[in-house]
Design a protein around this ligand. Structure first.
Ligand code: NAD
Ligand code: TDX
Length: 339
């Protein structure tokens, strides 16, 4: 089996590459990544010298490059993680989100159509469903929940999902889609809530909490996401959408306070800052379908996963300090200075 993993130098794609090369030593895993600000070769250090692994630098929206790659490699499966993934960046600069997340997906689908494929898997997000009210804890996103997006990021991801479904119906490309809740764990880029708060707390910097910190996210340990995608590409039904999430809902403030407590830091580091425009209130996944059809359930609950994650950031300071000492400084200044 030959699998092309796009976006494999990023957070979830990187964890997926590690997971798959360990679990299936006889599979050929090819990582295609444009190495944007979010891509990091240090994330691929544990696999880079494995004979079953190959890295190619390239953009999923580059049609010529993608067709050549398909022609040369003749992959069986594509798992598309490559995306612009940060909601705040999509608010300040939507353009690149449309190019990578929509056009990039369409180029990959065209290549699948042209060269043939056993499976195209689109890594999507629960954000395509919009949000749920805080006072209706009985409500969850199912695969039937209508698409209803809030940010340029989620609109671009939803557009990609619609294209994937159109290529299934019209051209019979064998696709699957997974829509996962918020991930956390090793190699998470420190612009996102959990790694940002860990890094700031360790540096005794303020922890910027948007609004009142009452927004709820459904946190999934990244390895559980990798296990779910592995199951879907091997056993999932073609044309289907699978929600992935584990009923690990926490308010942002609960998450931040847990991190401070684990690190022995004071809550006085918390700084309430101007809210994100259009900020989704609550995400919560109903994972019944993937549980019933594929037997998936999360292995790592939040209280254990957050400890493991903090431990990883403590033991791998070089990985994230290299990031926050570079261009990231300009981003941080722009995003947080006048908030
Ligand atoms: P990330 O930002 O950490 O990584 C994205 C990777 O894609 C980077 O390595 C980057 O270099 C690469 N990339 C960007 N544009 C590219 C292009 N045009 N061509 C090739 N490579 C390109 O993102 P992540 O958090 O690992 O998310 C991965 C996927 O999972 C995304 O599709 C995202 O929408 C989805 N997702 C993320 C979460 C989450 O909580 N992080 C939850 C649900 C779904
Ligand atoms: O500094 C911050 N302060 C803060 O309060 C940051 C960066 C975030 N937040 C809040 C906003 C959200 O309510 O924390 C919550 C989580 O924020 P992010 O880490 O930016 O994630 P989110 O917007 O929920 O989106 C994530 O989950 C779904 C991923 O980034 C997406 O790629 C994925 O699709």
């Amino acid at each position: 089996m030959k699998i092309i993993v796009t976006g494999g130098a990023g957070f979830i794609g990187g964890n997926f590459v590690h997971y798959m090369t360990n679990k299936y030593p006889d599979y050929k895993i090819i990582c295609l990544d444009a190495l944007t600000y979010a891509g990091n070769m240090e994330t691929l250090e544990p696999v880079i010298n494995k004979p079953s692994f190959k890295f190619i630098k390239g953009d999923i929206a580059d049609r010529e490059l993608i067709y050549k790659l398909f022609e040369e490699e003749k992959p069986d499966v594509i798992v598309n993680f490559a995306a612009e993934s940060h909601v705040d960046r999509s608010i300040t600069n939507p353009d690149i989100f449309l190019r990578t997340n929509i056009i990039g997906t369409s180029v990959l689908l065209d290549a699948c159509r042209k060269y043939g494929i056993k499976r195209y898997h689109q890594v999507s997000t629960d954000e395509v469903y919009g949000d749920l009210p805080l006072d209706r804890t009985d409500l969850f996103f199912t695969e039937e929940t209508p698409i209803h997006t809030s940010s340029p990021y989620s609109a671009s991801k939803a557009s990609a999902d619609l294209l994937v479904q159109a290529y299934y119906r019209t051209f019979k490309v064998p696709v699957t889609i997974s829509r996962c809740s918020n991930n956390y764990g090793p190699y998470h880029f420190p612009e996102k809530l959990i790694p940002l708060m860990i890094a700031n707390a360790l540096n005794d910097k303020e922890l910027p909490v948007y609004g009142k910190g009452e927004n709820v996210r459904d946190w999934l340990y990244v390895e559980d996401h990798c296990i779910a995608i592995d199951l879907i590409i091997h056993k999932g039904r073609v044309g289907e959408v699978y929600n992935i999430g584990g009923h690990n809902e926490r308010t942002n403030l609960e998450v931040v306070k847990t991190i401070l407590k684990e690190l022995g830091k004071s809550e006085s580091l918390i700084k309430y800052v101007t809210d994100r425009p259009g900020h989704d209130m609550r995400y919560a996944i109903d994972p019944t379908k993937i549980h019933n059809e594929l037997g998936w359930e999360p292995k790592t609950l939040f209280d254990e996963g957050i400890k493991k994650t903090i431990k990883w950031y403590l033991e791998n300071k070089k990985w994230w300090e290299n990031i926050i000492s570079g261009e990231y400084q300009n981003y941080y200044e722009k995003m947080y200075a006048n908030r």
